[in-house]
Design a protein around this ligand. Structure first.
Ligand SMILES: [Zn+2]
Length: 269
């Protein structure tokens, strides 16, 4: 990330280790490992995606500037969710379609805006610089936006003007832990990326023509730094999950449940 030559690279995670931890079932289960799904198969596994990627200084930046706060405030294995409890004490507004609740983070001192921004950005960027996919492709092909985001992450530049970040706090549901690692694609000269984890869902849009209607929901530049809570977000991720799942050969679908879905009743078989 810092592009320093001749440094020892750490065995870095794609998804922070704490996410895997929060996806594990109680240790009383015969197999508490999370259910993992790729384009090719579904299985319960303890394996985590890692690569020699960052120097220790950059690993430190990633933890300090984003991960530590976000993971402390995310939905935990024991069902506690610090940020959601905080939001319950504040008033929200409904968006014009009345399908999403908006909280203005700028008015909520317990919300660390810069940590959320940094974490989300770093997750998308990580997905852009390494072929994490089972097919050895990069899950988040940011193209020309990769470098400006890298410069933001090492503190050399502001968050790029033509990038929009949306941050959602997930609503209580059976799929609130459904974790889809960062992915994205280009459509009509715009890049769309998304990522969900226990408690949070993030989306990024990059391109020169992001409309003002969309920009008002940008967590970084939108007025008041809006955080959204919306059932729609869950539906999008569920659709993504289903699409991925349906593409897997039937004989490879040994466990047909999404990550974090109803895992408490898992018999580990
Ligand atoms: Zn570095």
């Amino acid at each position: 990330m810092c592009l320093t030559l001749d440094v020892r690279l750490q065995y870095s995670h794609f998804l922070p280790q704490a996410i895997y931890k929060s996806l594990r079932a109680p240790s009383t289960n015969a197999n508490p490992n999370p259910v993992s799904m790729t384009r090719y198969e579904v299985k319960q596994t303890s394996s985590q995606r890692r690569a020699y990627l960052f120097c220790s200084q950059c690993e430190g930046r990633l933890s300090r500037n984003g991960e530590n706060w976000v993971l402390r405030n995310a939905l935990k294995n024991d069902g506690t969710f610090k940020l959601r409890s905080v939001l319950e004490r504040y008033r929200c507004q409904l968006d014009h379609s009345r399908t999403a609740a908006i909280y203005y983070a700028a008015k909520i001192p317990e919300v660390d805006i810069s940590a959320l921004t940094y974490f989300a950005t770093s997750m998308f960027w990580r997905g852009s610089v390494y072929p994490w996919n089972a097919s050895r492709t990069r899950p988040v092909p940011l193209g020309p936006y990769e470098e400006p985001l890298r410069r933001f992450l090492i503190g050399e530049a502001n968050f790029p003007e033509d990038v929009m970040l949306s941050v959602s706090v997930r609503i209580p549901s059976q799929i609130e832990k459904l974790t889809l690692s960062p992915m994205g694609e280009w459509r009509d000269l715009q890049f769309f990326g998304r990522f969900s984890m226990p408690g949070f869902a993030f989306a990024i849009i990059a391109g020169p023509k992001i409309g003002s209607e969309l920009r008002q929901f940008c967590f970084v530049r939108g007025e008041g730094n809006p955080l959204t809570l919306s059932e729609k977000v869950e539906q999008y991720f569920l659709q993504d999950f289903k699409k991925l799942h349906d593409g897997i050969p039937v004989y490879k679908r040994t466990l047909a449940r999404p990550v974090g879905f109803n895992e408490r009743s898992s018999d580990g078989a």
